[in-house]
Design a protein around this ligand. Structure first.
Ligand SMILES: Cc1ncc(COP(=O)(O)O)c(C=O)c1O
Length: 409
């Protein structure tokens, strides 16, 4: 039999989908499974976006320009300049999701074995994107005790070598929900300027900031034009994960010219998705207001339910739609699997993502779980009842006391 490449053999599997066979097994036994493991929102896609692709009239389903259609990029300029990014159509490359934007950036800016520093826990697929690009991730540990705030800059500096090319943040963060402050952004800016590093910013959750807190992008900072690359996506903003549409934004001309060569090799982003994306820019503000209100209520409910469970600690995140919580068990992966394989309450159970897969440091996050609040409040409430019962029954539970860090609502 022809062989599989070493790259393929060592390609990391997604920790978010890893337990899927156990969830399927639970469903086959007739159990209802609440999916808090994956960032697939139940929120409806904006009507303007869906209407744009109903009954569209074309005779040839053609390629578009590799950088994306001019009309979509013009609309994106309108969207970003409302947020004071001060960009032009030449600063934007349309991609097949943020995922492609990230792989293009890694291939454009880093050579094999070059290093990128990322605060961890981080979106697990960064491991896969880095692996595909032969890039090394150097993690900087952030801590649940301070809600996963940006680690001290001295911790980043300790990791900088002659191979370091970039700092990579996700803001608001998946999986922690942490929203970076203006001061933290300025600290990152100074670091990138001092060592001449790229600042990669994944802003897939830009629209999801709660409690009136303000979102800051490195695009808002002076003097960083040559350093910043923003990755964005319509997946979460418009609850349109299946559109597979994102973009890559930078004012660095050399970077965008080089990125375009990678974009040309994959020919073009999808034409229909771009038509939908173009219309989506006109989504009324009321859509975002409603979504924001809904997610805030869900977050409040999830965080307070978790913190009421004995031995569980969950910080109150400022954005995105995830939390990372600490559980009174030795190994959260075993606990998540047990919930699917062995447990049910009234024929219901919960699927969650063990947080260890969002860390690249060995053994980090083994007692943490990521939960996505992508279900309606009734389902979320039922899922929390199930989880509380499961924790009481779980044979691998640790004795409580030392774990309790403090309670935020
Ligand atoms: C932080 C982050 N970046 C990127 C992506 C991928 O986005 P896309 O669907 O646009 O490829 C996701 C998807 O969950 C994400 O959470």
């Amino acid at each position: 039999m022809p062989q599989i490449s070493n790259k393929g053999k060592l390609m990391p599997a997604s920790p978010i989908r890893k337990l899927t066979p156990f969830a399927e097994g639970a469903k086959q036994q007739g159990k209802k499974v609440y999916h808090l493991n994956i960032g697939q929102p139940d929120i409806e896609t904006p009507e303007v976006m869906l209407n744009a692709i109903k009954n569209i009239d074309f005779k040839v389903w053609a390629y578009t320009q590799s950088e994306g259609t001019l009309s979509y990029r013009k609309k994106l300029v309108e969207y970003y300049n409302r947020a004071n990014y001060n960009v032009t159509v030449d600063d934007i490359l349309v991609t097949t999701g943020a995922s492609e934007a990230i792989t293009i950036a890694m291939q454009t800016c880093l050579d094999s074995d070059d290093e990128v520093i990322i605060p961890e826990p981080f979106y697990a697929n960064y491991n896969a994107f880095a692996w595909m690009s032969s890039v090394k991730i150097k993690p900087v540990l952030s801590h649940i005790e301070n809600g996963f705030a940006l680690p001290p800059i001295s911790e980043f500096e300790k990791l900088i070598t002659t191979k370091t090319r970039a700092i990579f943040i996700c803001n608001p963060n998946n999986p922690t929900g942490y929203l970076y402050s203006y001061e933290e952004m300025v600290e990152l800016k100074n670091l990138c300027l001092k060592y001449d590093l790229y600042l990669f910013a994944d802003e897939a959750y830009r629209e999801f900031c709660y409690d009136g807190s303000k979102f800051y992008s490195p695009m808002h900072l002076d003097g960083l034009d040559e350093h910043v690359i923003v990755f964005d996506s319509v997946s979460k903003r418009y609850s349109a994960c299946g559109a597979r549409l994102g973009c890559f934004i930078t004012k660095n001309r050399k970077v965008i010219e080089t990125a375009l060569k990678f974009a040309q090799a994959r020919l073009s982003p999808g034409m229909v998705a771009q038509l939908a994306g173009e219309a989506a820019v006109d989504t009324p503000q009321s859509y975002f207001d409603n979504v924001n209100k809904e997610y805030t209520e869900r977050r409040n409910m999830l965080v307070s339910s978790l913190n009421k469970m004995e031995g569980v600690y969950c910080p109150n995140p400022g954005g995105a739609f995830y939390v990372v919580a600490k559980f009174p068990v030795d190994d959260c992966e075993a606990f998540c699997q047990w919930m699917l394989e062995e447990f049910d309450y009234d024929n219901q159970t919960v699927m969650m993502a063990p947080a260890a897969g969002f860390y690249s440091s060995e053994d980090a996050g083994r007692d943490e779980i990521r939960l996505a609040y992508v279900l309606n409040k009734e389902d979320l409430a039922n899922a929390m009842i199930c989880l509380e019962k499961a924790l009481k029954e779980y044979p691998g539970r640790k004795t409580v006391g030392s774990l309790q860090i403090g309670v935020e609502s």
